[in-house]
Design a protein around this ligand. Structure first.
Ligand code: CAA
Length: 384
């Protein structure tokens, strides 16, 4: 590993690695099979300080840096990608948006339970007809005295069913394009917030993904996050951090697939010797480890830029693009190395393959990452 990690970062990595491999991995296969949300594990992760890692201690968090967060999230993803996506949305988007845009009162009230794992957070931007282009969302929030009334449907919301705190965006001014979108914090006890159908997904099956329906949902004006019209900026900034999270998740799953492939290749004998002795297979493994390391360095680089307070938007997209495409190649190759056994549920590699598939899609598709990267590179923003 070429960057020099501090003693504290190494300690966090080692602590989370032990926890992930002992506790999180134990029932991962079973949770995937039964679509069981890892509620107890997430609570334990909260107690370990993993659910609000970058939240300062004054608001109940760990006050860690983004590099430590990348290390921890990769370790959780190594054990269970479903658990990792809940951790990623909670840390990168929900807690960070509250931290960066919340009032002091909102931070005092909302961050400690999230950071301690006593509450789960969700981020509701996507709609049935507004995925890559969230500016054209149709949810509306109309001011009514000291409340807003929100109406609309949000789709593919990670933790939609299990979330206690939802950050939702809605239009407060139809004519003002992205400047007409505002963000609000809604509690799950709000009678106007209805949990819609749960998706039956190919992967990440232990993490729930649902519609969230807002039906005359009255939200106190004090629960608006940031200024009126700031919702798109809040979302884009949240997604910048989120994309580092998805890159970290990709690294964890890819490393798990590589380790499984190495173990299998050493044990499996064909033509009178371990298949790891064949050059064709050795070269596959060499390419895999090299691609994982390249993704890791790109992700550390984006995380370090964020920690230094630099504009890291382009680097986050580069890390997310490269790492999410990488993990899809790595899990496919790892499955190939397992031969027919890779296609069965006897080995975890088929789960890695299924889980990784969405990484090039959520928190901005690979195509959207290329839009962001090329806009930065050419500095002449074009219509996506
Ligand atoms: N940080 C802060 N501000 C930003 C920003 C950023 N990273 N990116 C853009 N902005 C600002 C711009 O500066 C601009 O503001 P001004 O007019 O004041 O200068 C404004 O936002 C509009 O920017 P653009 O004109 O570039 O916006 P656009 O409509 O062309 O869209 C886009 C750009 C990159 C395509 C964007 O729409 C996008 O990222 N789309 C993908 C959405 C996405 O990732 N969805 C994922 C859903 S969430 C999810 O998956 C979570 C989960 O549950 C796992």
């Amino acid at each position: 590993m070429s960057i020099k990690l501090t003693d504290e970062q190494l300690m966090i990595q080692s602590m989370v690695r032990d926890f992930a491999r002992d506790v999180v991995a134990a029932e991962a296969m079973q949770r995937d099979k039964t679509k069981t949300f890892p509620a107890d594990i997430l609570q334990a992760m909260g107690e370990l300080g993993l659910m609000g890692m970058m939240v300062p201690p004054e608001f109940g968090g760990s006050g860690a840096d983004t590099v430590s967060y990348v290390l921890a999230l990769s370790e959780i993803a190594y054990a269970c990608a479903s658990t990792a996506v809940v951790m990623s949305v909670q840390n990168s988007i929900v807690c960070e948006s509250l931290l960066n845009f919340g009032t002091d009162e909102q931070k005092q009230r909302l961050l400690p339970p999230l950071a301690r794992g006593q509450a789960i957070g969700a981020f509701a931007l996507t709609e049935p007809n507004a995925g890559s282009d969230p500016v054209r969302q149709s949810a509306k929030a109309v001011r009514d005295g000291d409340h807003y009334v929100i109406n609309g449907t949000k789709r593919f919301i990670t933790s939609g069913k299990n979330a206690d705190t939802v950050i939702v965006t809605a239009k407060t001014d139809d004519a003002a394009r992205h400047k007409g979108i505002s963000a609000f914090v809604v509690g799950k006890d709000n009678p106007g917030l209805i949990v819609g159908p749960e998706e039956d997904k190919m992967g990440l099956r232990a993490s729930d993904t649902t519609d969230l329906i807002f039906e005359d949902c009255r939200v106190p004006a004090a629960d608006r996050l940031g200024d009126e019209g700031a919702g798109f900026k809040i979302s884009m900034q949240g997604l910048d951090g989120g994309r580092i999270g998805i890159a970290a998740q990709s690294i964890g799953v890819a490393q798990a697939a590589l380790d499984a492939a190495v173990t299998y290749a050493k044990a499996r004998e064909q033509f009178g010797q371990a298949i790891s002795k064949f050059q064709g297979l050795r070269w596959m493994l060499a390419d895999m480890v090299t691609q994982i390391e390249a993704s890791r360095q790109l992700t550390f680089s984006a995380a370090a830029m964020k920690d230094r307070g630099e504009n890291y938007s382009m680097q986050a997209s580069m890390a997310k693009l490269f790492a999410s495409e990488m993990v899809n190649r790595i899990t496919a190759t790892a499955l190939q190395i397992h031969g027919g056994y890779g296609f069965t549920k006897e080995y975890p590699v088929e789960r890695f393959y299924r889980d990784a598939r969405v990484f090039t899609i959520y928190e901005g598709t690979s195509e959207i990452q290329r839009v962001v990267i090329s806009n930065h590179l050419l500095n002449d923003k074009r219509v996506p």
